[in-house]
Design a protein around this ligand. Structure first.
Ligand SMILES: C[C@H](O)[C@H](O)[C@H]1CNC2=NC(N)=NC(=O)C2=N1
Length: 188
């Protein structure tokens, strides 16, 4: 039970975190607890959040436990898709370990670099990333320079900045097992 609760997304009611699984318990599991169906909302940057009204009180919550890598990118030509602010991007960047926020002439991008074992291992890495990008319909900019330096940049070209798609792609890339392609870290 505890393990199940830890896995469930949390309902963050302002500063309190209530495991969603306890919601029926909290509100009476007889089913007539007054909760209405959660509407699945996306804000203009694609960040999905949910609204739940309990006994008529509207509470907004974003499933903080929801793993970005489990989400799906939306088509970049989605109507009203907008670039997010640097403030929003800064709140999301901790969710994508190893990635940095870059501001290139006003265009926000996600950036991460690796040292690969060889030029061909770099191309192998590109292929692994390409498979994810093609499945998501959202694509990174791939750089392989000085034969073994890989840099991946991710941004939403259609809006000239960052949307949740970019963080989803970065999170999915982070799930790849790349250790056989990467040069061993030289101990200091
Ligand atoms: C219609 C489809 O969403 C577009 O062609 C996609 C393809 N891949 C993309 N990838 C990125 N990073 N930005 C885009 O705007 C984009 N557009």
């Amino acid at each position: 039970m505890i393990a199940r609760m830890l896995r469930t997304p949390f309902l963050s009611l302002s500063k309190f975190q209530v495991p969603l699984v306890s919601l029926p318990v909290l509100l009476g599991s007889h089913g007539r607890c007054g909760t209405q169906v959660i509407e699945n909302n996306r804000d203009p940057t694609g960040i999905s959040s949910n609204k739940i009204s309990v006994y008529g009180f509207r509470m907004f919550f974003t499933a903080t436990a929801k793993d970005l890598s489990a989400k799906k990118c939306v088509p970049c030509n989605t109507k009203d898709l907008r670039a997010m602010t640097e403030e929003t991007a800064s709140k999301l960047i901790p969710k994508v370990d190893g990635w940095n926020l870059a501001n290139e002439g006003g265009t926000l991008k996600l950036k991460r670099s690796w040292k690969v074992k060889s030029f061909t291992k770099g191309l192998e890495m590109f292929q692994l990333i390409s498979d994810i990008a093609e499945a998501e319909g959202h694509h990174p900019d791939l750089h392989l320079v000085g034969w073994n330096n890989v840099t991946v940049e991710i941004w939403t070209h259609a809006v000239g900045g960052l949307t949740e798609n970019d963080f989803i792609l970065a999170a999915k890339i982070n799930t790849l097992d790349l250790h056989h392609l990467l040069r061993k870290k030289v101990s200091a």
